[in-house]
Write a protein that binds this ligand. Structure first.
Ligand code: SF4
Ligand code: SF4
Length: 76
């Protein structure tokens, strides 16, 4: 059975390290945005500036085989 996006968010969201990323900001924090590699890019374009991306160090990204960066900025 394929897991839905919300199932994946429940399962992996807490382990996303986006909140430790230099590009993550108050707007995203205020809206509890994270796990953009599952959810899609940041709604309302909260994250506008690319100040680095730590996806490469993330256990979720590694487990799901996510190889890109800046999932918060683009639907990859
Ligand atoms: S997707 Fe990458 S750049 Fe965006 S907040 Fe997460 S770790 Fe940072
Ligand atoms: S790979 Fe990036 S967007 Fe996906 S959960 Fe990890 S830090 Fe968050």
């Amino acid at each position: 059975m394929t897991e839905s996006k919300s199932d994946l968010m429940m399962k992996y969201g807490p382990n996303c390290i986006c909140p430790k990323c230099p590009s993550y900001n108050k707007c995203a924090q205020f809206r509890s945005q994270r796990a953009f590699c599952i959810a899609g890019k940041s709604p309302s374009d909260c994250i506008k500036n690319e100040k680095g991306c730590v996806c490469g160090d993330c256990p979720v990204g590694n487990e799901l085989g996510k190889k890109e960066q800046y999932y918060c900025r683009y639907d990859l």
